[in-house]
Design a protein around this ligand. Sequence first.
Ligand SMILES: *Cc1c(COP(=O)(O)O)cnc(C)c1O
Length: 392
Amino acid sequence: MSNADYIINRDSEYVAHTYGRFPVAIVRGINATCWDPDGREYIDFTSGIGVNALGFCDAGWVSAVTEQLTKLQHISNLYYTEPCGELARILCQRSGMKKVFFANGGAEANEGAIKCARKYSFMKYGEGRSKILTLKNSFHGRTVTTLSATGQDVFHNYFFPFTEGFEFIAPGDIGELKKKAGGVCAVMMELIQGEGGVLPVDPEYVKQAAEFCRNNDILLIIDEVQTGIGRTGSLFCFEQYGIEPDIVTAAKGIGGGLPLAAVLFGEKTCDVFNPGDHATTFGGNPIACAGGIEILKRLDGAFLNEVKKKGEYIRERAKKMPHVAGLAGMGMMIGIELEPGISSADVVRAGLETGVLLLTAKAKVRLLPPLSITYSEIDSGLEALNEALKRI
Ligand SMILES: *Cc1c(COP(=O)(O)O)cnc(C)c1O
C-alpha cells in the first residue's frame, strides 16, 4: 500500500463522507507546488479554494504566524489584543469601510451581515422589512440561513424548515429588483458568482442596483468571500465596480490558510451592533489575524497589478488549448468554458494524472491559483492542463 493509500483509507473509515474527495493526499508544499506522501508533484491552481493567497508556507506569513504563536494564541473577545485591531485598521483604511467584525469562515461572515441588515432596518422601520433579495445562481454558504440565501434549488433540500425572508432575483434584471423591493432591508450579491460558474454580474446592473438601494435605504451587501483579498486584481472586487457597499464580507484568502473571515461595515451599518448582539468565540483570533496582517501588507498596488497580469497571461494561453470554448472571470479568478460534451470534472481528474490541481465551477474548469504563483509555476501548470485537455 502506498503512503497515500494509507492516509486515504483511514480517512474514508473515520471521517464523515460529506466531501467527494479526489484520491490524492497532500503532505507539504512551497508556494504553488506541492507533493503527495509518495513524492508525486503537483502544481496548485486551487490555493485550497482561494484560501492560500501567498501559496504554501510563505516565509513572511509563517514568521508572522509563528511569532504570534509564541506570544499569545487566544484570550477571547472579552479582552483586547494587538493583531485584531491592527488588521481591522488596515482593512478599513484600504477599503473605505468603517468597522470590522471578525468571524471564522464565509458562511459565518454572511450570517453576521444578514443579522446586521435586519437589525438596521428593525431599529429604523420596525417589523415587516426583513426580507433580503439575493441573486439566482448565487452561493452564500452552508449554514441553514446562508443556504436559504443561496439562489440555487439544489441546496434547498432535506434541511427544512429553512430560514424565512429570502427571495431570489435574476442577475441583470433591474426591473425585477425594483418590483420585489417591498419589505426588503437588503440586497446581497457576489460580483462574480464563483461556485455558480465564474459568472461576472453586469457592472451596469450592479451600479443601478447600488443606486436604487441607496435611494430607498436598502442595504447593499457584497459577498466578497471568493472575490476579495486581491483575487480579482484589486483588494476588493467592488472597487472595480465603482460602488460603495454598506456591508462587505470576506473570508477565504484573508487568513492565508488559517480560518479567518470579516464583515466590513460602512457608514450606515458600523454602529448597528451593540455589545451582546453578535459574537463568536474564535473570531479575531490573534494568530489568524497576525497572518492576515502579513497578507494585507504584501498585497500592495504593485502586487495587485501582478495579479492582473498573471491572470491575463494564464487566460491568453488557456484560450488556445484543446476543447476550450472561452474564458471568464477577473484577475486570478478564472473560469474555463469547455466545448459542449466535455465535462469539467473529467478535466480535473485528468489534471491529477498530468500533475495539476484544478477546480470546477459547474460546467467550467475553475482556476484560483495562489496570488504569489511564479511564472515558471504557471508555465508548468499550464503545460499539465494542456496535456490533461489533450487526453480527454
Ligand atoms: C466559499 C464561499 C462562501 C462560504 O464560505 P465558507 O468559509 O465555506 O463558509 C460564501 N460565499 C461565497 C461567495 C463563497 O465563495
